[in-house]
Design a protein around this ligand. Sequence first.
Ligand SMILES: N[C@@H](CCC(=O)N[C@@H](CS)C(=O)NCC(=O)O)C(=O)O
Length: 207
Amino acid sequence: MKLYTYAPAPNPRRVGLLMKYKGIELETQEIDMMAKEQLSPAFSAVNPRLTLPTLVLDDGTILSDTVAICAYLDDVFPDKPVFGKTGLQRAQIIGYCHQIFFEGFSAVGEVLRNKGKAFQDSPLPGPLKMPQIAELVERGNLRITAFFETMNTEVESKEYLVGDTVSQADIDLYVVLGFCGWVRRAIPEDCGALQTWFDNMKLKLGE
Ligand SMILES: N[C@@H](CCC(=O)N[C@@H](CS)C(=O)NCC(=O)O)C(=O)O
């Protein structure tokens, strides 16, 4: 199998940290997003959704959603599982990944991509062209504030989001909290539990 990625970008980082944590090595090709290589005909032939990460299996099957790639890699490389030890834990982890993607990643994306020239006509990842909407910057920032508060409550009495070891949910939360920095949003002072959780997770992930 082969992974197409761009290591610094947030969704690729979710896969990168999973691979680092589990000690997985794969054939990898970096697609330079700064040079907009993900929009090239060559990459379009690999993944017409034009998004990273993309995992192409040996039989040609394409996985182009981060959570699907992570779940698949966790299955193929079972040491240090990050999708739970029971069916319930697996469901809870997938639930958190979905929540973090929708309430966290997409809120930051809303702020990042609706202003400035870098994402002009491209406020959403992928091939769709449409205008930026300036008001979404303000709404995205409100969503980020709400996300900090929600996640602060989630980790108030927990070392890990689910169970007693690192899961994909922890990796995703760790990555999105870093991604908040791209829009100059830091964990607020009144979210002390979240800051403590983040500092501990940084050590656990060897970052
Ligand atoms: N559905 C995809 C979305 C991934 C995504 O949005 N990736 C970003 C990089 S973090 C991307 O490829 N952006 C392409 C672009 O901005 O043109 C997933 O869950 O992995």
